[in-house]
Design a protein around this ligand. Structure first.
Ligand code: SF4
Length: 324
């Protein structure tokens, strides 16, 4: 039976596709629906106001999405993931865990991927077949990314939307690829977007829906979406374990910086926006990002899935004014 498998952040989706199931990134689904109502519904179940909105959104989305199982990434993502999974299990949904090893180590990650394969009853050759299929699409996402920073045919917002949805390919890689082909064809015919202040977006995807449009209105645009690009697995490693070893998101700030610093240079980035989520442990990593990156740096904090508040807008306006 084809199952709908929810998950809480990027994991080796190749295994789920190889088993013939439909992977569903709960974060993407959460933002596509009435996100405020989903957060509220989790609070009614007892989730505290001082817990990150993504956690509450993922909880309610998991319950409302007709899923067969939820995989929680209990290491290498969120300090709240295990408690979230326990709450989901309490509601009667089947759960499973995936844990990125605390340090980048081939043998440990290989073992964890094999545990996932055993759970879904597939072998490594089937996983690799799924990877070959997905890598063809990922190669096209690399072109889309180049269209963003090099040729300026694709906006920072479009880049964000395509890359963030590559965590699960919207559950249907064939359809995703068809739509991506059509989008790239259309983008090729565009005039390059105006040269603007080139900025980078660092950190987890924003909960604000209007951030990218606002950045453009203020005379800048994003030419590097750090974590979204990581979700798109841009290195096209031949081996599945190597692919997820190079995925920087589950690891330390130092490992993220090894990706960020050369990309900022290559993309000629002038300004950095580092996004942090209220009540998220990654706010601590932001201290080190700020310390080790040399470009002008603005930290933006988001809480609820709402339009940007006036204070945040004012801070963005001032940042661009000062550095334009
Ligand atoms: S933003 Fe932070 S606290 Fe919220 S789900 Fe992501 S990692 Fe967890």
């Amino acid at each position: 039976m084809r199952k709908r498998i929810g998950f809480t952040t990027s994991l080796p989706v190749e295994v789920i596709f190889a088993a013939g199931h439909i992977p569903i990134d709960l974060n993407n689904l959460f933002l596509e629906h009435d996100s405020s109502a989903l957060v509220h519904s989790a609070e009614l179940k007892g989730f505290p106001a001082t817990v990150c909105s993504w956690i509450k959104g993922n909880f309610s989305t998991a319950l409302a999405s007709n899923l067969d199982e939820v995989i929680g990434i209990t290491q290498g993502d969120c300090s709240n993931a295990q408690s979230l999974l326990d709450m989901i299990g309490e509601e009667g949904l089947a759960t499973f865990t995936f844990a990125f090893p605390p340090r980048r180590n081939y043998a440990d990650l290989d073992r964890e991927i094999r545990r996932l394969e055993e759970h879904f009853e597939v072998d490594r050759s089937q996983t690799m077949q799924a990877k070959e299929r997905l890598d063809k699409i990922r190669a096209k996402l690399l072109i889309l990314d180049e269209y963003t920073w090099k040729h300026r045919l694709v906006s920072g917002k479009e880049n964000h939307l395509w890359l963030v949805s590559s965590s699960d390919f919207n559950g249907d890689p064939d359809r995703y690829e068809e739509e991506l082909d059509a989008f790239l064809k259309e983008a090729e015919k565009r005039e390059p977007l105006p040269a603007k202040l080139r900025c980078a977006f660092l950190g987890v995807p924003p909960i604000y829906r209007d951030l990218y449009d606002t950045i453009v209105e203020l005379g800048s645009d994003v030419v590097y979406n750090e974590v979204q690009r990581q979700f798109a697995m841009p290195y096209l490693e031949a081996d599945i374990v190597d692919q997820y070893l190079r995925f920087t998101y589950p690891y330390t700030v130092k490992e993220r910086l090894e990706d960020i610093i050369p990309e900022l240079q290559k993309r000629d980035v002038h300004l950095l926006i580092s996004y942090i989520q209220s009540f998220c442990h990654l706010q601590i990593d932001n201290i080190l990002l700020k310390k080790y990156l040399k470009q002008p740096f603005l930290t933006l904090e988001g809480d609820k899935p709402e339009p940007m508040d006036s204070r945040t807008l004012l801070r963005l306006e001032s940042f661009f004014e000062v550095h334009s």
